[in-house]
Ligand binder design. Structure first.
Ligand SMILES: [Zn+2]
Ligand SMILES: [Zn+2]
Length: 292
């Protein structure tokens, strides 16, 4: 199989021919059809993650299952799937014993089984989800990291019908947060510093676009505040987005003023282990940044 291999940090990736992998018990072999590029891939490229070259990155993969390992009963050859960052807990630690493999410190990820920038990849069956019919591989791929991250936060914030979500920071995560919040029927405010983005953000589902200048908090306050603030920016432009802009009993996701990823992890763990998985991925990255 061909794969884009990181042979050395901070150097161009190299297309190489590698042996076709075979699935071990509990694993599946996926013919990759799309592999999203995430900001975290830059951190892999720069050597900020605990993995050493040669490595194949790619943690937003989708594709078709072409082989299943022994013991896999819930996935079949031909299934269209995507694979998560955190694919399997160790089954033995406190977190796994509590049924929260997403918090497992020894979880299996793409760093253990290989990433998706490759014609074929291995994934743990427990770390795959079926793609809905009609959803393209390309559209689904970024949902396995970026979409997953913001949807986890949104679910943790537990918005009620009719509530308003303000999305601060309309980059890779924010534009998905906006679309997801709109798709589940919430009122959506997009807060941006760039007036030129207004039409684009309305296209993504913003009921109102607040062009904020340097003070998104003040802009939101003037507009009446929100029930949930989704702030996926790693470093929000202003720490003034705080409780002043939240309506009563409301919550911010992640808590603004902090590193967004770190803040997300302070939210209570969800019933769904997948939420914890994503949070774990993000906190790990955050800690690495802090160590740089
Ligand atoms: Zn990612
Ligand atoms: Zn464990």
């Amino acid at each position: 199989m061909r794969a884009a291999v990181i042979t050395k940090f901070n150097e161009p990736w190299t297309l190489k021919e590698l042996p076709d992998p075979r699935p071990q018990p509990g694993q599946v072999l996926v013919r990759v059809r799309a592999s999203g590029m995430c900001g975290t891939d830059l951190h892999v490229h720069h050597g900020f993650l605990p993995v050493q070259p040669p490595i194949v990155a790619g943690h937003e993969p989708t594709g078709d299952i072409v082989e299943v390992g022994a013991g896999v009963t819930d996935l079949r050859v031909g299934d269209r799937v995507g694979a998560f960052w955190n694919q399997k807990g160790c089954g033995r630690c406190d977190a796994c014993q509590k049924g929260e493999p997403g918090a497992c410190p020894n979880a299996q990820t793409w760093m253990h089984v290989g990433g998706g920038n490759s014609e074929l990849m291995i994934a743990w069956a427990s770390g795959c989800a079926l793609l809905p019919d009609g959803l393209s591989y390309e559209a689904a791929a970024p949902i396995f990291c970026a979409g997953y991250t913001v949807m986890s936060g949104l679910r943790n914030a537990d918005p009620k019908p009719g509530e308003r979500v303000a999305v601060l920071g309309l980059g890779g995560l924010g534009h998905l947060a906006l679309q997801l919040a709109k798709a589940v029927g919430l009122e959506t405010f997009a807060i941006t510093g760039q007036a030129g983005k207004k039409a684009e953000l309305e296209g993504f589902g913003a009921d109102e676009v607040l062009v904020s200048g340097d003070d998104p908090g003040a802009a939101l306050q003037r507009a009446g505040g929100a029930d949930v603030i989704a702030s996926p920016e790693r470093r929000p432009r202003s720490s003034r987005t705080d409780d002043d802009q939240l309506r009563q009993h409301d919550r911010s996701e992640p808590r603004p003023g902090n590193d967004g990823a770190e803040a997300e992890c302070q939210l209570p763990p969800s019933q769904d282990a997948n939420n914890g998985r994503q949070a774990l991925h993000l906190v790990a990255t955050t800690q690495l940044f802090n160590d740089q």
